[in-house]
Ligand binder design. Structure first.
Ligand code: HEM
Length: 520
């Protein structure tokens, strides 16, 4: 090579240079100084990074103390990879590692509680821990949504919403729920007639569920095409519910798409609130949740806050959609799968339907008739127990939380109560993985005498506000399907594998062969 620069000190210029020794000496000194500076920077930066990495590990180990969990955390990202594609196997391993165990994701220190005692303790200690939904939830729901209230403000606000789930209100919803379920199940049958063979019910069941929710919430205060638009766009919201998302909602990101979907939904829900207020002011009878709400606010006996803007009402309804769409769809789809896999149970459901409906399958269902369907209620309860839609709920320790005599959860850590082990405790539910609705029929059996274990809907001040509505909806849809159609499960290698998309779904989408029964 003609111009060979050797970076070692004295040979930095070509040998033909006029005053080689002097020139060479000066260049060499300058370069050496520069190199030294560079090296100093390099060493300093490396030392800082190394110190931070050591500090990260030290802090993790200090917080973790004796809890089971990796002794070291992967620098910076921790268990990020596991949180991007979660699996039931991974979660079960974590839950089985100890009643309390530790992990870290992006330097967020997380304590997982898997036992009934600790999970309940987190849910029932509002002075130490509050729910903290996944990061994207605040962007999607809007930070001013009531679900982010805490303490007494939350309790007071929630008390006002109880009027939407009274027995009288649920009685109004039954009729709507049945009507929508029939409409969708008829569409499933029509689809199967045109496309013989098994149909994956996952998306149709989600669609049915959303349609039911929107009609229960808004009645006819929004047009048909609005319900369709909200329904079509909602999947973007489900897809954005990952534990960790790209932090900025830039166009193209999942959170951006979800925010656009929310804007559409809120616009229609606001219109529904506006229309409901007009209908009730004109002396109309309540026909949906909004009407029920508007009417209860106008009742002179009602003591709480009386004024809610259209937008605020819309945000409450949207919080219900947000909290229920995935969980209810999961519950419904697994309800179908469990029934199809247990023809003996399905036969008993049909016998009960025959008895309660007295052979008249066209007679509209009422809440009193639902009360009589004891076996069906046991089926729903058991289905939600075996495959709980929500397996855990993230909470945050608002201050140091002495969860046990031996361990205090550090302030600002995430602390996650999980429900799976409580719901699969062999002491309470013998042969816990088996689907046995009968266990709920014995009033003195361990399932009924241990209500503390049934954490499907959480516990404490944030316990699901819509649980009766949810149970009724799943029960009613399954009962209507049982009388309208035959369904056989096409079992595939993926039927028992679980996909975690915010909630649990069978990996093959639950493929059913459908055919009409006489009562369709
Ligand atoms: C099978 C269906 C459902 C399941 C499994 C489910 C489960 C849950 C769970 C586990 C929680 C957290 C409880 C806690 O932190 O202790 C919750 C909260 C909540 N759920 Fe549900 N839910 C379902 C359906 C519904 C429905 C139908 C609605 C409304 C119509 C609803 C509205 C809510 C709301 C608003 C909260 C937050 C309550 C608060 O923070 O005070 N859910 N749900």
């Amino acid at each position: 090579m003609a111009f060979n620069i050797d970076r070692s000190a004295s040979a930095t210029v070509p040998s033909s240079t006029a005053h080689p020794p002097l020139y060479s000496f000066q260049v060499a000194s300058v370069l050496t100084v520069l190199q030294r500076r560079e090296l100093t920077w390099l060493y300093t930066t490396a030392a800082i990074i190394a110190s931070l990495l050591v500090l990260e590990q030290a802090v993790y180990r200090y917080k973790k103390r004796h809890l089971p969990g990796d002794s070291w955390t992967i620098p910076l990202i921790g268990k990020f990879a596991d949180s991007v594609s979660p699996s039931m196997e991974g979660y079960k391993k974590q839950w089985d590692s100890g009643a309390l165990s530790a992990i870290s994701v992006f330097n967020i220190f997380i304590v997982m509680a898997s036992s009934n005692e600790y999970s309940r303790k987190i849910l029932n200690s509002p002075t130490f821990a509050e729910p903290c939904l996944v990061h994207s939830a605040k962007q999607i729901l809007r930070p001013d949504n009531w679900v982010f209230l805490t303490g007494k403000t939350h309790v007071d606000y929630r008390r006002g919403l109880n009027a939407l789930f009274t027995r009288k209100a649920l009685g109004i919803y039954v009729g709507i729920q049945e009507q929508i379920a029939r409409k969708h199940l008829s569409q499933w049958l029509a689809h199967t007639k045109e496309n013989p063979g098994p149909m994956a019910i996952m998306m149709p069941a989600r669609y049915c569920n959303m349609d039911t929710s929107l009609r229960v919430f808004c009645g006819n205060h929004i047009p048909e095409h609005a319900a369709k638009e909200i329904n079509d766009k909602y999947w973007a919201i489900t897809q954005s519910l990952e534990l960790v998302n790209f932090p900025l909602a830039l166009p193209g990101t999942k959170v951006y798409k979800a925010v656009q979907a929310r804007k559409v939904a809120l616009r229609w829900l606001e219109l529904a609130a506006h229309n409901s207020k007009i209908a009730m002011a004109n002396g109309g009878e309540p026909e949906c949740m909004l009407d029920q709400w508007v009417q209860s606010l106008a009742d002179p006996a009602y003591k709480g806050r009386k004024e809610f803007s259209d937008l605020e009402m819309a945000m409450v309804l949207f919080s219900f959609l947000f909290a229920s769409q995935d969980a209810m769809s999961s519950g419904l789809i697994y309800g179908f799968q469990h029934l199809a896999d247990h023809p003996d149970v399905l036969a008993k459901v049909r016998e009960e339907q025959e008895r309660v409906r007295q052979g008249d399958y066209r007679k509209p269902l009422t809440i009193e008739m639902m009360d009589e369907m004891v076996y069906l209620q046991a089926v729903v309860k058991e289905s939600l127990r075996v495959t709980p839609p929500v397996t855990m709920v993230p909470y945050k320790a608002t201050r140091a939380f002495p969860i046990s005599d031996e361990y205090t959860v550090p302030a600002n850590s995430m602390v996650i109560p999980s429900f799976y082990n409580s719901l699969h405790d062999p002491e309470v539910y013998p042969k816990p993985d088996e689907f046995k609705p009968e266990r709920w029929l014995d009033a003195n059996g361990s399932a009924n005498t241990s209500p503390k274990n049934y954490l499907v809907y959480g516990s404490g001040p944030h316990r699901c506000i819509g649980l009766e509505y949810a149970n009724m909806n799943i029960a009613l849809t399954l009962a209507t399907a049982a009388v309208m159609m035959n369904f056989q499960h096409e079992v595939t290698p993926l039927s028992d594998k679980i996909d975690i998309i915010a909630t649990l779904f069978p990996k093959d989408g639950c493929r059913l062969n459908l055919s009409p029964r006489n009562n369709a």
